[in-house]
Design a protein. Structure first.
Ligand SMILES: Nc1ncnc2c1ncn2[C@@H]1O[C@H](COP(=O)(O)OP(=O)(O)O)[C@@H](O)[C@H]1O
Ligand SMILES: [Mg+2]
Length: 319
């Protein structure tokens, strides 16, 4: 999609959806609005962009790209781990099995980078209770994926790193469930990495959430999206790594870096305003990510996202 079409969409993005109360009990997360209808949950993925745990702006078509991508991955992995998806009545909406979520996020990492690299340099990487060899280099691959879980903090609070021992001690998951969760997360991650490679990408790290219905375990929320994951360009990895250069990324770390570089913003102080051209170029990042990851071009229909969602939900009997 060209830049002018993306500019035109800036005024029609989905910030906070306004749906009639009959759509169900409402909860607003940073990016998704959920509506509970008995044992199912309508997840509306908005165009809101969050960075450093703050919602900063909206990005044209971001919600659609994320919802489509996550469903692409759920389709590809459902033979490995059951997921929460029941129906996709609109490009921005997933109807899911309402699960009892675990209050931990499972971060799986294939490489030493990002916040973990920053922690490693400071010596504060011990919170996960994992052994780390000395002398690792930035962006170095781990021999096998590692888990660096964090608590799922209530709204407005920051997630904290947590060790497996602490998860079990606090009863955030039983030993049996934790074993099932890590096994499922490992299998999903390896499958994600395998597919990413065929698309010229490295799935560097990602975050999963799991929930239960009765004793059945499901992967919930979103998987392998640019919001929950970091991807690098595979063909440049070795050369950049050996020269000690930053990797070429495919994710919102780009906007995070713009915030740090241009606004000195790292989550504290007044929220910076995001200029329109930065919103448009961020939209392009998301669209490129979709096409690079899936290998399929994305046909988008400009227009009022909110109105379309309402129409589709009515047509499918969710309203
Ligand atoms: N199938 C599900 N059952 C129960 N809760 C879910 C399910 N899928 C997603 N959720 C929850 O819905 C919310 C989605 O909104 P999101 O914007 O991602 O929130 P957050 O700000 O916590 O990241 C999250 O709290 C997530 O844990
Ligand atoms: Mg989330």
């Amino acid at each position: 999609m060209n830049t002018s079409a993306l500019h035109a969409q800036l005024s029609q993005t989905l910030g906070c959806p306004q749906l009639p109360p009959s759509v169900g009990q409402h909860y607003q997360g940073k990016v998704r609005d959920t509506y509970r209808q008995g044992d199912r949950l309508l997840l509306v993925t908005s165009d809101r962009l969050s960075a450093f745990d703050h919602v900063l702006t909206t990005i044209p078509f971001k919600g659609e790209v994320l919802n489509r991508l996550t469903n692409f991955w759920f389709e590809r992995t459902r033979h490995i781990v059951p997921n929460h998806v029941l129906d996709v009545p609109d490009p921005n909406v997933t109807v899911a099995r309402a699960c009892q979520p675990f209050a931990v996020e499972i971060v799986v990492r294939g490489y030493l980078t990002g916040s973990l690299w920053r922690d490693y340099q400071k010596g504060t990487h011990t919170a996960y209770g994992l052994p780390f060899p000395e002398g690792l280099r930035k962006d170095e691959a781990f021999p096998a994926p590692i888990f660096t879980p964090s608590t799922k903090a209530p709204k407005g609070q920051h997630d904290e790193p947590i060790s497996e021992k602490e998860i079990l001690a606090r009863g955030l998951a039983s030993a049996r469930d934790w074993a099932r969760i890590t096994e499922a997360a490992r299998a999903l991650f390896l499958e994600g990495q395998k597919w990413a490679r065929t698309r010229g990408l490295i799935l560097v790290d990602t975050k999963y959430e799991f929930g239960k219905v009765g004793d059945d375990l499901y992967v919930i929320d979103e998987i392998h999206t640019p919001d929950s994951s970091r991807y690098w360009m595979a063909d440049e990895y070795e050369a950049r790594f050996s020269r000690g250069e930053d990797q070429r990324m495919l994710d919102k770390e780009n906007l995070r870096q713009w915030l740090i570089r241009e606004r000195g913003f790292q989550g504290h102080g007044p929220l910076p305003e995001i200029p329109e051209d930065v919103r448009v170029s961020t939209a392009q990042t998301y669209l490129r990510a979709y096409e690079q990851i899936t290998g399929t071009p994305l046909v988008l229909e400009p227009g009022d996202v909110q109105a379309r969602i309402e129409k589709n939900l009515r047509a499918r009997g969710y309203l």
